[in-house]
Design a protein around this ligand. Structure first.
Ligand code: GDD
Ligand code: MG
Length: 408
Protein backbone atom coordinates (compact mmCIF):
# COMPACT_ATOMS: atom_id res chain seq x y z
CA UNK A 1 0.00 0.00 0.00
CA UNK A 2 1.36 3.40 -0.92
CA UNK A 3 0.94 6.51 1.14
CA UNK A 4 -1.04 9.45 -0.15
CA UNK A 5 -0.26 12.87 1.22
CA UNK A 6 -2.60 15.74 0.62
CA UNK A 7 -1.36 19.20 1.42
CA UNK A 8 -2.53 22.76 1.25
CA UNK A 9 -0.42 25.75 0.37
CA UNK A 10 -1.49 29.33 0.10
CA UNK A 11 0.07 31.26 -2.72
CA UNK A 12 -1.07 34.57 -1.28
CA UNK A 13 2.53 35.18 -0.32
CA UNK A 14 3.82 34.34 -3.75
CA UNK A 15 6.05 37.13 -4.90
CA UNK A 16 8.32 37.80 -7.79
CA UNK A 17 11.65 39.26 -6.75
CA UNK A 18 14.16 40.69 -9.14
CA UNK A 19 17.38 38.73 -8.91
CA UNK A 20 20.31 38.36 -11.23
CA UNK A 21 18.67 35.17 -12.41
CA UNK A 22 15.42 36.90 -13.29
CA UNK A 23 12.21 36.85 -11.29
CA UNK A 24 12.08 34.37 -8.43
CA UNK A 25 8.86 32.72 -7.40
CA UNK A 26 8.64 32.14 -3.69
CA UNK A 27 6.10 30.01 -1.96
CA UNK A 28 5.37 30.00 1.72
CA UNK A 29 6.49 26.84 3.46
CA UNK A 30 3.64 25.51 5.51
CA UNK A 31 2.79 22.48 7.48
CA UNK A 32 1.23 19.87 5.31
CA UNK A 33 -1.29 17.45 6.74
CA UNK A 34 -1.26 13.91 5.60
CA UNK A 35 -4.41 12.00 5.00
CA UNK A 36 -4.53 10.57 8.49
CA UNK A 37 -4.31 14.05 9.92
CA UNK A 38 -0.75 13.81 11.23
CA UNK A 39 1.38 16.88 10.83
CA UNK A 40 4.03 16.66 8.18
CA UNK A 41 6.53 19.39 7.57
CA UNK A 42 8.24 19.81 4.25
CA UNK A 43 11.80 18.89 4.96
CA UNK A 44 14.09 21.61 3.74
CA UNK A 45 17.15 19.41 3.56
CA UNK A 46 15.57 16.64 1.57
CA UNK A 47 13.56 18.72 -0.88
CA UNK A 48 14.93 19.00 -4.34
CA UNK A 49 15.82 22.24 -6.05
CA UNK A 50 15.45 24.41 -3.00
CA UNK A 51 17.42 27.56 -3.05
CA UNK A 52 18.03 29.50 0.11
CA UNK A 53 15.69 32.35 0.76
CA UNK A 54 16.10 34.84 3.60
CA UNK A 55 12.65 34.42 5.17
CA UNK A 56 12.20 31.44 7.42
CA UNK A 57 8.85 30.33 6.08
CA UNK A 58 9.46 30.73 2.38
CA UNK A 59 11.04 28.58 -0.28
CA UNK A 60 12.69 30.33 -3.18
CA UNK A 61 12.44 28.85 -6.64
CA UNK A 62 14.52 30.44 -9.32
CA UNK A 63 13.21 31.32 -12.71
CA UNK A 64 15.59 28.71 -14.13
CA UNK A 65 13.90 26.01 -12.08
CA UNK A 66 10.41 27.15 -13.06
CA UNK A 67 11.43 27.39 -16.72
CA UNK A 68 13.00 23.95 -16.69
CA UNK A 69 9.74 22.44 -15.48
CA UNK A 70 7.58 24.50 -17.81
CA UNK A 71 9.57 23.24 -20.77
CA UNK A 72 8.78 19.68 -19.72
CA UNK A 73 5.07 20.36 -19.40
CA UNK A 74 2.22 19.80 -21.78
CA UNK A 75 -0.93 21.80 -21.19
CA UNK A 76 -4.17 20.22 -22.37
CA UNK A 77 -6.99 22.64 -23.13
CA UNK A 78 -10.40 20.98 -23.44
CA UNK A 79 -12.79 23.19 -25.38
CA UNK A 80 -16.36 23.07 -26.55
CA UNK A 81 -17.87 25.94 -28.50
CA UNK A 82 -16.00 28.77 -26.80
CA UNK A 83 -15.42 31.82 -29.00
CA UNK A 84 -12.03 31.45 -30.72
CA UNK A 85 -10.99 34.82 -29.18
CA UNK A 86 -11.58 33.39 -25.70
CA UNK A 87 -9.52 30.29 -26.45
CA UNK A 88 -6.86 32.50 -28.02
CA UNK A 89 -6.61 34.44 -24.75
CA UNK A 90 -6.13 31.17 -22.85
CA UNK A 91 -3.47 29.90 -25.26
CA UNK A 92 -1.66 33.23 -25.13
CA UNK A 93 -1.53 33.00 -21.34
CA UNK A 94 0.20 29.60 -21.42
CA UNK A 95 3.98 30.05 -21.18
CA UNK A 96 5.69 29.60 -24.54
CA UNK A 97 7.85 26.76 -23.38
CA UNK A 98 4.88 24.48 -22.68
CA UNK A 99 3.53 22.19 -25.37
CA UNK A 100 -0.19 22.81 -25.99
CA UNK A 101 -2.78 20.19 -26.89
CA UNK A 102 -6.18 21.56 -27.79
CA UNK A 103 -8.88 18.89 -27.49
CA UNK A 104 -11.99 20.23 -29.14
CA UNK A 105 -15.52 18.97 -29.01
CA UNK A 106 -16.86 22.03 -30.81
CA UNK A 107 -19.61 21.90 -33.41
CA UNK A 108 -18.59 21.27 -37.03
CA UNK A 109 -21.88 22.54 -38.49
CA UNK A 110 -23.43 24.89 -39.58
CA UNK A 111 -20.09 26.65 -39.05
CA UNK A 112 -17.00 24.53 -38.64
CA UNK A 113 -15.84 25.90 -35.31
CA UNK A 114 -12.98 23.43 -35.12
CA UNK A 115 -11.59 24.80 -38.38
CA UNK A 116 -11.72 28.30 -36.86
CA UNK A 117 -9.91 27.01 -33.78
CA UNK A 118 -7.16 25.47 -35.92
CA UNK A 119 -6.65 28.75 -37.74
CA UNK A 120 -6.49 30.57 -34.42
CA UNK A 121 -3.98 28.03 -33.07
CA UNK A 122 -1.81 28.53 -36.15
CA UNK A 123 -1.90 32.30 -35.57
CA UNK A 124 -0.85 31.86 -31.95
CA UNK A 125 1.99 29.52 -32.93
CA UNK A 126 3.13 31.89 -35.66
CA UNK A 127 3.23 34.77 -33.17
CA UNK A 128 5.12 32.88 -30.51
CA UNK A 129 7.73 31.08 -32.51
CA UNK A 130 8.90 28.47 -30.05
CA UNK A 131 5.41 27.18 -29.35
CA UNK A 132 4.73 23.49 -30.05
CA UNK A 133 1.00 22.80 -30.35
CA UNK A 134 -1.36 20.04 -31.45
CA UNK A 135 -5.11 19.94 -31.93
CA UNK A 136 -7.53 17.08 -32.17
CA UNK A 137 -11.27 16.84 -32.47
CA UNK A 138 -12.98 14.56 -29.98
CA UNK A 139 -15.15 13.10 -32.74
CA UNK A 140 -12.19 12.16 -34.92
CA UNK A 141 -12.99 8.67 -36.17
CA UNK A 142 -9.38 7.59 -36.53
CA UNK A 143 -8.45 8.30 -32.95
CA UNK A 144 -11.61 6.59 -31.68
CA UNK A 145 -10.72 3.47 -33.66
CA UNK A 146 -7.13 3.57 -32.33
CA UNK A 147 -8.23 3.90 -28.71
CA UNK A 148 -10.84 1.23 -29.17
CA UNK A 149 -8.25 -1.11 -30.63
CA UNK A 150 -6.01 -0.32 -27.64
CA UNK A 151 -8.77 -1.62 -25.38
CA UNK A 152 -10.26 1.53 -23.89
CA UNK A 153 -13.61 0.36 -22.62
CA UNK A 154 -16.39 2.87 -22.31
CA UNK A 155 -14.66 5.68 -24.13
CA UNK A 156 -16.37 5.20 -27.47
CA UNK A 157 -20.08 5.15 -28.11
CA UNK A 158 -21.09 1.92 -29.86
CA UNK A 159 -23.86 3.84 -31.67
CA UNK A 160 -21.44 5.82 -33.85
CA UNK A 161 -18.02 4.47 -32.91
CA UNK A 162 -16.86 7.94 -31.84
CA UNK A 163 -15.53 9.11 -28.50
CA UNK A 164 -18.37 10.15 -26.21
CA UNK A 165 -19.09 13.72 -25.22
CA UNK A 166 -17.61 14.83 -21.93
CA UNK A 167 -14.80 16.83 -20.44
CA UNK A 168 -13.18 13.77 -18.81
CA UNK A 169 -13.31 11.95 -22.13
CA UNK A 170 -11.58 14.91 -23.82
CA UNK A 171 -8.92 15.06 -21.11
CA UNK A 172 -8.18 11.37 -21.42
CA UNK A 173 -7.85 11.76 -25.17
CA UNK A 174 -5.42 14.64 -24.55
CA UNK A 175 -3.27 12.52 -22.23
CA UNK A 176 -3.20 9.64 -24.72
CA UNK A 177 -2.17 12.03 -27.48
CA UNK A 178 0.51 13.62 -25.30
CA UNK A 179 1.99 10.20 -24.59
CA UNK A 180 2.29 9.60 -28.33
CA UNK A 181 3.29 12.98 -29.75
CA UNK A 182 5.46 14.35 -26.95
CA UNK A 183 6.76 11.42 -24.89
CA UNK A 184 9.60 13.68 -23.73
CA UNK A 185 7.20 15.69 -21.51
CA UNK A 186 7.29 14.89 -17.82
CA UNK A 187 4.25 16.81 -16.61
CA UNK A 188 0.74 17.36 -17.86
CA UNK A 189 -1.58 20.18 -16.82
CA UNK A 190 -5.17 21.08 -17.69
CA UNK A 191 -6.58 24.54 -18.28
CA UNK A 192 -10.22 25.19 -19.22
CA UNK A 193 -10.69 27.02 -22.52
CA UNK A 194 -13.32 29.42 -21.17
CA UNK A 195 -11.01 31.37 -18.86
CA UNK A 196 -11.40 35.04 -19.58
CA UNK A 197 -8.17 36.24 -17.97
CA UNK A 198 -4.95 35.23 -19.79
CA UNK A 199 -2.89 36.48 -16.83
CA UNK A 200 -4.67 34.01 -14.56
CA UNK A 201 -3.86 31.18 -16.99
CA UNK A 202 -0.22 32.22 -16.85
CA UNK A 203 -0.29 32.15 -13.06
CA UNK A 204 -1.88 28.68 -13.05
CA UNK A 205 0.90 27.24 -15.22
CA UNK A 206 3.62 28.80 -13.07
CA UNK A 207 1.98 27.46 -9.93
CA UNK A 208 1.91 23.97 -11.46
CA UNK A 209 5.65 24.29 -12.07
CA UNK A 210 6.28 25.61 -8.55
CA UNK A 211 4.33 22.70 -7.08
CA UNK A 212 6.36 20.16 -9.04
CA UNK A 213 9.57 21.83 -7.95
CA UNK A 214 8.60 21.05 -4.36
CA UNK A 215 8.08 17.33 -4.94
CA UNK A 216 10.93 14.91 -5.64
CA UNK A 217 9.13 13.19 -8.52
CA UNK A 218 11.74 10.46 -8.78
CA UNK A 219 10.48 9.22 -5.42
CA UNK A 220 6.87 10.41 -5.38
CA UNK A 221 4.02 10.87 -7.81
CA UNK A 222 2.98 14.51 -7.85
CA UNK A 223 -0.35 16.20 -8.41
CA UNK A 224 -1.00 19.93 -8.14
CA UNK A 225 -4.61 21.08 -7.75
CA UNK A 226 -5.56 24.72 -7.81
CA UNK A 227 -7.92 26.35 -5.41
CA UNK A 228 -9.04 29.61 -6.93
CA UNK A 229 -8.72 32.76 -4.86
CA UNK A 230 -12.40 33.32 -5.71
CA UNK A 231 -15.03 32.60 -8.36
CA UNK A 232 -16.64 35.97 -8.98
CA UNK A 233 -20.36 36.13 -9.79
CA UNK A 234 -22.52 39.08 -10.75
CA UNK A 235 -25.38 39.64 -8.29
CA UNK A 236 -27.59 42.74 -8.34
CA UNK A 237 -25.17 44.34 -10.78
CA UNK A 238 -22.35 43.84 -8.30
CA UNK A 239 -19.32 41.63 -8.73
CA UNK A 240 -19.23 39.26 -5.75
CA UNK A 241 -15.99 37.42 -5.06
CA UNK A 242 -17.48 34.11 -3.88
CA UNK A 243 -15.07 31.72 -2.26
CA UNK A 244 -16.16 28.29 -3.37
CA UNK A 245 -18.00 27.11 -6.48
CA UNK A 246 -21.64 26.00 -6.21
CA UNK A 247 -20.79 22.39 -6.90
CA UNK A 248 -17.44 22.35 -5.04
CA UNK A 249 -19.07 23.22 -1.70
CA UNK A 250 -20.89 19.88 -1.67
CA UNK A 251 -18.28 17.74 -3.41
CA UNK A 252 -15.54 18.93 -1.02
CA UNK A 253 -17.79 18.37 1.99
CA UNK A 254 -18.54 14.78 0.98
CA UNK A 255 -14.95 14.01 0.07
CA UNK A 256 -13.93 15.28 3.49
CA UNK A 257 -16.53 13.08 5.17
CA UNK A 258 -15.04 10.19 3.25
CA UNK A 259 -11.51 11.14 4.34
CA UNK A 260 -12.65 11.34 7.92
CA UNK A 261 -14.20 7.88 7.71
CA UNK A 262 -11.13 6.43 6.07
CA UNK A 263 -8.70 8.01 8.48
CA UNK A 264 -10.43 6.12 11.32
CA UNK A 265 -9.50 8.82 13.79
CA UNK A 266 -11.13 8.48 17.16
CA UNK A 267 -12.20 12.12 17.51
CA UNK A 268 -15.32 13.54 15.91
CA UNK A 269 -13.64 16.58 14.43
CA UNK A 270 -14.65 17.45 10.89
CA UNK A 271 -11.83 17.77 8.40
CA UNK A 272 -11.56 20.34 5.65
CA UNK A 273 -8.42 18.84 4.20
CA UNK A 274 -9.77 18.56 0.65
CA UNK A 275 -10.51 21.95 -0.87
CA UNK A 276 -10.02 21.04 -4.53
CA UNK A 277 -12.46 18.19 -5.16
CA UNK A 278 -13.62 19.79 -8.40
CA UNK A 279 -10.36 21.45 -9.41
CA UNK A 280 -10.76 21.85 -13.18
CA UNK A 281 -7.26 23.35 -13.15
CA UNK A 282 -4.83 20.68 -12.05
CA UNK A 283 -1.63 19.03 -13.22
CA UNK A 284 0.30 15.87 -12.52
CA UNK A 285 3.43 14.02 -13.46
CA UNK A 286 2.99 12.24 -16.77
CA UNK A 287 3.86 9.00 -15.05
CA UNK A 288 0.87 9.43 -12.73
CA UNK A 289 -1.42 10.55 -15.57
CA UNK A 290 -0.70 7.31 -17.40
CA UNK A 291 -1.54 5.24 -14.33
CA UNK A 292 -4.51 7.13 -12.95
CA UNK A 293 -7.94 6.02 -14.08
CA UNK A 294 -10.18 8.82 -15.23
CA UNK A 295 -13.94 9.22 -14.97
CA UNK A 296 -16.08 10.71 -17.69
CA UNK A 297 -17.66 14.15 -17.87
CA UNK A 298 -17.35 16.37 -14.82
CA UNK A 299 -16.75 13.42 -12.48
CA UNK A 300 -13.15 13.46 -13.65
CA UNK A 301 -11.65 15.64 -10.91
CA UNK A 302 -13.41 14.24 -7.80
CA UNK A 303 -12.71 10.75 -9.13
CA UNK A 304 -8.94 11.34 -8.90
CA UNK A 305 -9.24 11.18 -5.12
CA UNK A 306 -11.50 8.15 -5.32
CA UNK A 307 -9.12 6.28 -7.58
CA UNK A 308 -6.16 7.04 -5.34
CA UNK A 309 -8.07 5.91 -2.27
CA UNK A 310 -9.11 2.76 -4.11
CA UNK A 311 -5.52 1.98 -4.96
CA UNK A 312 -4.70 2.23 -1.30
CA UNK A 313 -7.01 -0.72 -0.95
CA UNK A 314 -9.40 1.08 1.35
CA UNK A 315 -12.46 0.13 -0.68
CA UNK A 316 -11.49 -3.50 -1.15
CA UNK A 317 -14.34 -4.77 0.96
CA UNK A 318 -16.88 -2.60 -0.77
CA UNK A 319 -15.60 -3.85 -4.13
CA UNK A 320 -16.71 -7.36 -3.25
CA UNK A 321 -20.07 -6.11 -2.04
CA UNK A 322 -20.60 -3.98 -5.12
CA UNK A 323 -19.78 -6.51 -7.75
CA UNK A 324 -23.34 -6.31 -9.04
CA UNK A 325 -23.02 -2.63 -9.75
CA UNK A 326 -23.81 -1.94 -13.41
CA UNK A 327 -20.82 -0.11 -14.83
CA UNK A 328 -22.59 1.21 -17.86
CA UNK A 329 -23.50 4.45 -16.14
CA UNK A 330 -22.97 6.68 -19.12
CA UNK A 331 -25.87 8.89 -19.95
CA UNK A 332 -26.29 12.44 -21.11
CA UNK A 333 -28.73 14.99 -19.87
CA UNK A 334 -30.81 17.20 -22.16
CA UNK A 335 -27.88 19.53 -22.68
CA UNK A 336 -25.65 16.73 -23.91
CA UNK A 337 -23.72 16.85 -20.62
CA UNK A 338 -22.00 13.59 -19.92
CA UNK A 339 -22.78 12.33 -16.45
CA UNK A 340 -20.62 9.26 -16.71
CA UNK A 341 -19.19 8.38 -13.33
CA UNK A 342 -17.49 5.22 -14.45
CA UNK A 343 -13.71 5.18 -14.80
CA UNK A 344 -12.71 5.17 -18.44
CA UNK A 345 -9.18 4.04 -17.96
CA UNK A 346 -9.81 0.34 -18.06
CA UNK A 347 -8.47 -2.17 -20.47
CA UNK A 348 -10.68 -4.81 -21.96
CA UNK A 349 -8.36 -7.58 -20.93
CA UNK A 350 -8.75 -6.62 -17.30
CA UNK A 351 -12.35 -5.45 -16.99
CA UNK A 352 -15.28 -7.82 -17.28
CA UNK A 353 -17.94 -6.85 -19.88
CA UNK A 354 -20.17 -5.42 -17.19
CA UNK A 355 -17.62 -4.11 -14.76
CA UNK A 356 -18.25 -2.78 -11.31
CA UNK A 357 -17.01 0.73 -10.71
CA UNK A 358 -14.39 -0.77 -8.43
CA UNK A 359 -12.46 -3.38 -10.38
CA UNK A 360 -9.29 -5.30 -9.79
CA UNK A 361 -7.41 -2.59 -11.72
CA UNK A 362 -8.32 -0.23 -8.88
CA UNK A 363 -5.85 -1.97 -6.65
CA UNK A 364 -2.92 -1.93 -9.03
CA UNK A 365 0.03 -0.50 -7.17
CA UNK A 366 1.20 2.99 -7.98
CA UNK A 367 4.69 1.90 -6.90
CA UNK A 368 5.43 5.27 -5.32
CA UNK A 369 3.69 7.44 -2.75
CA UNK A 370 1.48 10.21 -4.12
CA UNK A 371 1.82 13.82 -3.05
CA UNK A 372 -1.13 16.08 -3.78
CA UNK A 373 -0.50 19.79 -3.41
CA UNK A 374 -3.53 22.02 -3.24
CA UNK A 375 -2.36 25.53 -4.00
CA UNK A 376 -4.44 28.65 -3.74
CA UNK A 377 -4.10 31.11 -6.58
CA UNK A 378 -3.79 34.86 -6.36
CA UNK A 379 -6.08 35.47 -9.31
CA UNK A 380 -9.85 35.12 -9.23
CA UNK A 381 -11.31 32.69 -11.77
CA UNK A 382 -13.44 34.41 -14.40
CA UNK A 383 -15.05 31.99 -16.83
CA UNK A 384 -18.25 31.32 -18.79
CA UNK A 385 -21.19 31.54 -16.37
CA UNK A 386 -23.14 28.31 -15.88
CA UNK A 387 -26.86 27.94 -15.25
CA UNK A 388 -28.42 25.94 -12.42
CA UNK A 389 -29.07 22.91 -14.59
CA UNK A 390 -25.39 22.73 -15.55
CA UNK A 391 -24.36 22.95 -11.90
CA UNK A 392 -26.86 20.25 -10.92
CA UNK A 393 -25.41 17.93 -13.60
CA UNK A 394 -21.88 18.62 -12.38
CA UNK A 395 -22.92 17.95 -8.80
CA UNK A 396 -24.59 14.72 -9.83
CA UNK A 397 -21.39 13.58 -11.54
CA UNK A 398 -19.12 14.53 -8.64
CA UNK A 399 -21.29 13.05 -5.91
CA UNK A 400 -22.02 10.02 -8.11
CA UNK A 401 -18.31 9.28 -8.30
CA UNK A 402 -18.09 9.29 -4.50
CA UNK A 403 -21.34 7.43 -3.88
CA UNK A 404 -20.67 4.59 -6.28
CA UNK A 405 -17.11 4.22 -5.03
CA UNK A 406 -18.10 3.67 -1.44
CA UNK A 407 -21.03 1.49 -2.40
CA UNK A 408 -23.32 3.43 -0.07
N1 GDD B 1 -13.04 18.47 -25.28
C1 GDD B 1 -14.12 18.72 -24.55
N2 GDD B 1 -15.18 17.86 -24.65
N3 GDD B 1 -14.15 19.77 -23.73
C2 GDD B 1 -15.29 19.97 -23.00
C3 GDD B 1 -16.41 19.13 -23.08
C4 GDD B 1 -16.36 18.02 -23.98
O1 GDD B 1 -17.30 17.24 -24.15
N4 GDD B 1 -17.36 19.62 -22.23
C5 GDD B 1 -16.82 20.71 -21.66
N5 GDD B 1 -15.57 20.93 -22.12
C6 GDD B 1 -14.64 22.01 -21.79
C7 GDD B 1 -15.28 23.36 -21.88
O2 GDD B 1 -15.25 23.84 -23.19
C8 GDD B 1 -14.43 24.18 -20.92
O3 GDD B 1 -13.28 24.69 -21.53
C9 GDD B 1 -14.00 23.16 -19.89
O4 GDD B 1 -14.22 21.86 -20.45
C10 GDD B 1 -14.82 23.29 -18.62
O5 GDD B 1 -16.18 23.15 -18.95
P1 GDD B 1 -17.26 24.15 -18.35
O6 GDD B 1 -18.58 23.75 -18.91
O7 GDD B 1 -16.83 25.56 -18.50
O8 GDD B 1 -17.21 23.70 -16.84
P2 GDD B 1 -17.51 24.59 -15.57
O9 GDD B 1 -16.89 25.90 -15.67
O10 GDD B 1 -18.93 24.52 -15.24
O11 GDD B 1 -16.71 23.72 -14.51
C11 GDD B 1 -15.29 23.77 -14.46
O12 GDD B 1 -14.93 24.02 -13.15
C12 GDD B 1 -15.35 22.98 -12.24
C13 GDD B 1 -14.95 23.44 -10.84
O13 GDD B 1 -15.73 24.51 -10.44
C14 GDD B 1 -14.76 22.42 -14.98
O14 GDD B 1 -13.37 22.50 -15.11
C15 GDD B 1 -15.11 21.29 -14.04
O15 GDD B 1 -14.47 20.09 -14.47
C16 GDD B 1 -14.69 21.68 -12.63
O16 GDD B 1 -15.09 20.65 -11.76
MG1 MG C 1 -16.23 27.06 -17.10
Amino acid sequence: MQEIRVGQLDASEVNFDATLDGPTLTLPERLIDDISGGAYALDRQKSLEREKYPHDDTVGLSNTTIQRILSSMVIIVPCKNEAPETIEGVLSGIPNSCVVILVSNSARTPVDRYEQEIQMLQRVCHRTQRRRAFAIHQKDEGVAAALDAAGMVGLTDPADGKIRNGKGEGMLLGVALAAVVCPDMQYVGFIDADNQVPGAVHEYCRIYAAGFALVPTSREHAMVRLRWASKPKVRDNQLCFDGEGRSSIFVNAWLNRLVKTLSRKADNKETNLIVTGNAGEHAMSMELALKLRMAGGYAVEPFHFIDLFQRQGVFAKQADKDSNYEASTHHEDNNGMSTNTKPLYQRRDRAPPIAPLVTSTAHRSLEKPVRILQIRTLNPHFHRPSDDQHIRGMLESGLGAIYHAIGA
